[in-house]
Design a protein around this ligand. Structure first.
Ligand SMILES: *Cc1c(COP(=O)(O)O)cnc(C)c1O
Length: 375
C-alpha cells in the first residue's frame, strides 16, 4: 500500500528501502512452531561477551539512572592508547553503523556522490541516500576472480569523479568475505584525492588480521582524509550493546562530533566495551573458534558440492548455483537460520556465520538433508 506521507519525506528518504536484518530466532520459532533453533545469520560471536565484559555490565547497572559520559572519555582514552593515536582522533558510535551515518550526514549533500563497490555492505547505500547523495557503484571482481565478487580497486578509483566526497571500502567486505591486501590499499589510498573522505570499514579486523589483511590505522598519519571504523559487535561479542568507533584526523573527528547525538553510547555499553579490550583470553578463544569454524564450514560445504569464497571474516559466502531462498526456508524448518543475500543482488548465495563446533555440524547436516531432498 502506498505511504500517505511519501511526498512529505525528504527526497533521499523517499528512494530508500529499509535495511533487512537477520530474522531473530524467537520470531522464527513463533512462525514455524519449532524450538532450539540456531542463528548463523548476523555474524555475531557464538561465545557472546567475555567474562570481563559481563562483570563490567553487571557493575554498570547501578549507573544507568544517570546519563552516560557524553564524551566517552575513558573508552576513548583506552582506544587511543591501543591504536597509538590521540583521544581527539576517536569518535564513538552507537555501533559503527552510527559512525557510518554520521560520516554521511557530515560530508554528503544532494549535490555530492558516494562511491562503494557492488556487493559492499548494505549500510553504505542507506547512509548515502538518507543524506540525499547519489551513489556511484563500482563494478566488483567477477565470480571466478581469486577474490570472487570482491572490491576491484581500479573500478573504485574510476568512479571517483569531481562530485565524489566519500568512498566507502569494507575490508574485509560483508557479505563477500573478500579483502584488499596491503599493496592494493596502499596504491588506492595514494590515488584518491585528499579532499575525498575514504571510509575504511574494518568491522572484522580482529578476525582478518590473522589472514594478513592490513590494519588501516597505519595509514592515518599519511592520509588525513582516511577514516577507519571498528566495532565491538563482531569479535568482541557485544552486538546487542551497540558500540563502535571511528579513528580519524582530529579535524574530521571534530566535525563528526557536531552531528553526534550527545549521549549516543549507553552507560553499560561504555563499561563493557572498555572491559572487553582487556579480555585477551576471550578474544583469543573467539579467534581460535572462528578459525576452526571457517575451515570446517568451507570444507563441509565444498564436500556438498557448493562453492565457498575465501573469507577473512567470521562468515562464509556460499554459491548454491540455484535459487537460495527455498534452501534458506528449508534450513529454517530444520531450525537453522542463515542469511539470504538477494538484497545484495546475490539471489543464489547464502551468507553463513561461523557458530560453535556443534552449531557448525548442525548447519552442515541440515544443509546435506535439504540439498538431498531438493536434488
Ligand atoms: C556488522 C558490520 C558493521 C557494523 O556493525 P555495528 O554493529 O553497527 O558496529 C559495519 N560494517 C560491516 C561491514 C559489518 O559487517
Amino acid at each position: 500500500m502506498a505511504n500517505r506521507f511519501e511526498q512529505l519525506a525528504a527526497p533521499g528518504v523517499r528512494r530508500l528501502s529499509p535495511y533487512v536484518p537477520g530474522k531473530p530466532p524467537e520470531q522464527l520459532e513463533r512462525e514455524l512452531g519449532i524450538r532450539d533453533s540456531i542463528k548463523l545469520a548476523s555474524n555475531e560471536n557464538p561465545l557472546g561477551p567475555g567474562p570481563l565484559a559481563r562483570n563490567a555490565l553487571a557493575g554498570a547497572i547501578a549507573g544507568v539512572g544517570f546519563y552516560p559520559d557524553g564524551s566517552g572519555h575513558d573508552l576513548r582514552a583506552r582506544l587511543a592508547a591501543k591504536h597509538g593515536v590521540s583521544p581527539a582522533q576517536v569518535t564513538l558510535g552507537n555501533g559503527s553503523n552510527d559512525v557510518l551515518v554520521m560520516l554521511a550526514e557530515t560530508f554528503l549533500t544532494p549535490e555530492l556522490e558516494a562511491v562503494y563497490s557492488q556487493y559492499a555492505f548494505a549500510v553504505y547505500p542507506i547512509a548515502a541516500q538518507a543524506a540525499g547523495a547519489a551513489a556511484r557503484v563500482a563494478g566488483a571482481h567477477p565470480q571466478d576472480h581469486r577474490m570472487p565478487l570482491g572490491h576491484d580497486p581500479a573500478a573504485v578509483l574510476a568512479e571517483v569523479g569531481a562530485s565524489v566526497r566519500i568512498v566507502f571500502i569494507a575490508n574485509p567486505n560483508n557479505p563477500t568475505g573478500t579483502w584488499l591486501d596491503e599493496h592494493e590499499l596502499d596504491v588506492l589510498l595514494r590515488a584518491i584525492p585528499g579532499d575525498v573522505i575514504v571510509v575504511l570499514d574494518e568491522a572484522y579486523h580482529e578476525y582478518s588480521a590473522g589472514r594478513g589483511v592490513p590494519d588501516g590505522t597505519r595509514w592515518l598519519a599519511r592520509h588525513p582524509n582516511l577514516v577507519v571504523t571498528r566495532t565491538f559487535s563482531k569479535a568482541f561479542g557485544l552486538a546487542g550493546l551497540r558500540v563502535g568507533y571511528a579513528l580519524s584526523d582530529p579535524d574530521v573527528a571534530d566535525l563528526l562530533n557536531r552531528v553526534r547525538q550527545p549521549f549516543n553510547v549507553s552507560v553499560p555499553a561504555l563499561a563493557a566495551a572498555a572491559a572487553a579490550l582487556d579480555d585477551r583470553e576471550h578474544l583469543d578463544a573467539t579467534l581460535a573458534l572462528n578459525r576452526s569454524g571457517v575451515a570446517r564450514l568451507t570444507e563441509g560445504l565444498a564436500a556438498l558440492g557448493l562453492k565457498v569464497a575465501p573469507t577473512a571474516a567470521n562468515f562464509v559466502l556460499v554459491d548454491l548455483g540455484r535459487a537460495a531462498a527455498p534452501v534458506s526456508e528449508a534450513l529454517q524448518r530444520e531450525g537453522v537460520i542463515v542469511r539470504p543475500v538477494a538484497n545484495y543482488g546475490l539471489p543464489q548465495h547464502l551468507r553463513i556465520s561461523t557458530g560453535t563446533a556443534a552449531q557448525n555440524e548442525r548447519l552442515l547436516s541440515a544443509m546435506a538433508r535439504v540439498l538431498a531432498a531438493r536434488a
